[in-house]
Ligand binder design. Structure first.
Ligand SMILES: NC(=O)c1ccc[n+]([C@@H]2O[C@H](COP(=O)([O-])OP(=O)(O)OC[C@H]3O[C@@H](n4cnc5c(N)ncnc54)[C@H](O)[C@@H]3O)[C@@H](O)[C@H]2O)c1
Length: 355
């Protein structure tokens, strides 16, 4: 380990939503943070806790140079494209950027003898659940190229553990939500496809009416249920997983969720409470019910980590101004996501949900 308190972490995709929140938590826990991001979908303003190396993960020369210069104890790998709809329309982009890009990253790591990796995987690798709750042993049959592109990476990590002595943990996230409660960074996707920002924009009259797809699911109120995990909880889990990675071997997999499902209609109610505004809701198409929750198996073994922040915190930490509240324009605590409205007007409509 290097001479700083916890070690050095090179964070690919650290200028993005989840990556930047993780950088903040790593720095707070005493890690030296270095970000490697090509800014294709991230923002230089979100890189606040260490230097930015602007490069693609498949740029072998630049990545190897960064690994040699900073000698990280591990790589936390967030860099990816993550829009389900886009992956269906342009699968080549996802297999190239996510799967082939990660292969190049692994080869750069092997060439520089950096063999620990924390990987942002996704519950999209499971596909439709065959039983609930979904645990890590659930069969993996992704239903879109995004999920497959991540599934392939998990496979690579297992093979690199056996053949090349890599140590890795793939963290399969459920739905990331919320923002840094201190407002230093926010959620900023362009285009925005995530449900809470879309609901907030609808409630605040800055976006189209919020569309609820499916009222006929076999759930408590008929709308789809998902496990929303606050991004600060996700970040906390990464810091813990990183510390564990320093003392373990092999390729491991952990689901990250809260274990509590929230329906879309409950989310609408939470957004209305957070903004103090009734929302215009549109009925979209119907679909199949999907419930996703945290693995009980790992929880039972005491190995599991569960987020503590609930949906109320996620909507509040993402929400711009409450009447008389502290998140108004010009307020230092305003969520950076509040500036999305201006950009939204320029965006093409009709993009499908991401994951
Ligand atoms: N947001 C979620 O709910 C969620 C859920 C499950 C998994 N994930 C995974 O978490 C990770 C981060 O997601 P996010 O929501 O923060 O996305 P994001 O788009 O905000 O961040 C991704 C970052 O990676 C960078 N990037 C993309 N391709 C790159 C490349 N080839 N080289 C260098 N940098 C590159 C982008 O510029 C961006 O800063 C992704 O791997 C995603 O698959 C996210």
């Amino acid at each position: 380990m290097s001479d700083n308190r916890r070690g050095t972490v090179l964070v690919t995709g650290g200028a993005g939503y989840v990556g930047s929140h993780c950088c903040k938590s790593f720095a707070a826990a005493g890690w030296r943070v270095v970000v490697l991001d090509d800014l294709s979908r991230g923002f230089a303003e979100a890189v606040k806790w260490g230097p930015l190396v602007r490069a693609r993960i498949d740029d072998r020369r630049a990545v190897e140079a960064a690994l040699r210069e900073y000698q990280p104890d591990l790589v936390a790998h967030f860099a990816a494209f993550a829009y389900v709809g886009e992956s269906v329309e342009r699968p080549e982009l996802y297999y190239d950027n996510n799967s082939a890009g990660t292969l190049a990253l692994l080869e750069a790591m092997r060439a520089t003898d950096v063999r620990r990796l924390l990987f942002s995987s996704t519950c999209a690798t499971y596909g439709h659940p065959t039983y609930l709750p979904i645990d890590e042993g659930h069969p993996q049959r992704p239903i879109n190229p995004y999920g497959w592109s991540k599934f392939i990476i998990e496979r690579m990590l297992e093979d690199y553990a056996v053949a090349h002595g890599f140590t890795s943990t793939a963290l399969r996230y459920f739905n990331a939500a919320g923002c840094d409660p201190a407002g230093e960074i926010g959620e900023n996707h362009d285009p925005e496809t995530h449900v809470i920002p879309l609901a907030l924009d609808a409630a605040l009259g800055r976006g189209p009416a919020f569309r609820v797809n499916g009222f006929d699911f076999d759930t408590r109120d008929g709308s789809a249920i998902r496990d929303y995990i606050h991004v600060t909880d996700l970040a906390d889990a990464h810091v813990r997983a990183a510390a564990r990675l320093l003392d373990t071997a092999g390729a491991d997999i952990i689901n990250l969720g809260t274990g509590t499902g929230t329906s879309v209609l409950e989310l609408v109610a939470a957004v209305e409470r957070a903004t103090g505004t009734p929302m215009q809701v549109e009925r979209g198409h119907d679909g199949r019910a999907i419930r996703r929750c945290l693995s009980r198996r790992r929880r039972a073994r005491g190995e599991c980590w569960a987020g503590s922040r609930r949906i109320r915190t996620s909507t509040r930490s993402s929400a711009p101004p409450l009447p008389g509240g502290s998140r108004g324009p010009g307020d230092p605590n305003r969520s950076p996501g509040a500036d999305r409205a201006e950009r939204r007007d320029r965006r093409a409509a009709g993009r499908r949900r991401g994951a």
